[in-house]
Design a protein around this ligand. Structure first.
Ligand code: CP
Length: 329
């Protein structure tokens, strides 16, 4: 299995088998244990990861950079202004050059209609593995960390659990569709019953929703869509209320935020958490818009596992990097 993953690109979980995803989770749990008890695990000694960030990041940037250090390698923190990308260098030229210098390239590019295409073009011309650190369609690393967290909190008994992926109000910024899309794709493959809740204007990409339904049908799990936030909370074991933009209606940030103004009451609060199942958990990829997406009482309260999930980003990242990059001379 290890050698099968060596050199493989990680652009979406859809392109990985369940066996491969289980291997990532298994290695992540192992590296988490080693990290906790101080066992060195320099699996990527002297190896280099190039991190290309077209947007801001706290968790993804720092989990990748810290992860590479812990694995004995080094990560370059790159932004377009530090590279000739800002002068229009073609993705294939960037891919071919970085492939000569190091062992992996990770990219965040969330520009709607552009990000995933950019990553795939780099991947096509790269001879080293490409890691999607979030694009306009997918955030597979986040979804894997969420899955790992859900498995931990429910002692691996996740089949049949109601997991609600819910739009929430924000006045902060127009968030990509990639987190909820990756979650609805991944969770049904592990037997979870997904409920997707959003106001009519905040559709996800129809082809992704279709794939999510197919994933659910393949495992016999339920996939439900509602436009009622309370319905999504009722009896849920896992709630993931988080804003995303109205990209399918408008790519203008101001217009998207204005559309959300009608839905200020789409907030995760204690009233709604009281509707969930006993021992339910609250997840959010972060950064959270406190006071709009979620109240302080919930995100700082007993259901919240947001910092456990943020920590798991480190372990999932290290597992992916080690599995795909290790062994290359
Ligand atoms: N969840 C997440 O990807 O966080 P950052 O944007 O800070 O990387």
């Amino acid at each position: 299995m290890h050698s099968l993953l060596r050199g493989k690109h990680f652009i979406s979980t859809q392109e990985w088998t369940k066996e491969e995803l289980n291997m990532v989770l298994d290695v992540a749990r192992d590296l988490k244990r080693q990290f906790a008890i101080g066992i060195p695990h320099r699996l990527l000694q002297d190896k280099t990861l190039f991190m290309m960030f077209f947007e801001q990041s706290t968790r993804t940037r720092n989990s990748h950079e810290a992860g590479m250090t812990q694995l004995g390698g080094h990560a370059h923190d790159l932004t377009p202004d530090k590279m000739q990308i800002s002068h229009g260098e073609a993705p294939k030229d960037t891919a071919k050059v970085l492939s000569r210098y190091g062992h992996g390239i990770s990219i965040r590019n969330c520009f709607y209609g552009i990000g995933n295409k950019y990553i795939r073009e780099v991947a096509e011309h790269s001879s080293i593995p490409i890691f999607n650190m979030q694009c306009d369609i997918y955030h597979p690393n986040q979804a894997m960390a969420d899955l790992m967290t859900i498995q931990e909190k429910f002692s691996n008994e996740v089949k049949g659990k109601k997991v609600s992926v819910i739009w929430a109000y924000t006045r902060s910024y127009m968030k990509p569709l990639s987190v909820p899309q990756s979650q609805i794709l991944l969770f049904p493959r592990f037997g979870m019953d997904v409920t997707l809740a959003f106001p009519e204007e905040f559709q996800l990409m129809p082809e992704i929703v279709e794939q999510a339904k197919e994933n659910a049908a393949a495992t016999g799990s339920k996939f439900t869509i509602t436009h009622d936030m309370d319905e999504a909370f009722a009896g849920a074991h896992v709630v993931i209320p988080k804003s995303w933009g109205a990209q399918l209606t408008t790519t203008d940030e101001k217009e998207s935020l204005a559309l959300g103004e009608k839905y200020r009451d789409w907030i995760c609060d204690e009233r709604r958490m009281a509707m969930t199942a006993q021992n339910s958990i609250y997840l959010h990829a972060l950064p959270a818009d406190r006071g709009n997406e979620v109240t302080d009482a919930v995100i700082d309260g007993p259901h919240s596992v947001v910092f456990d999930a943020a920590e798991n980003r480190l372990h999932i990242t290290k597992a992916l990097l080690a599995l795909c990059m290790a062994g290359r001379p």
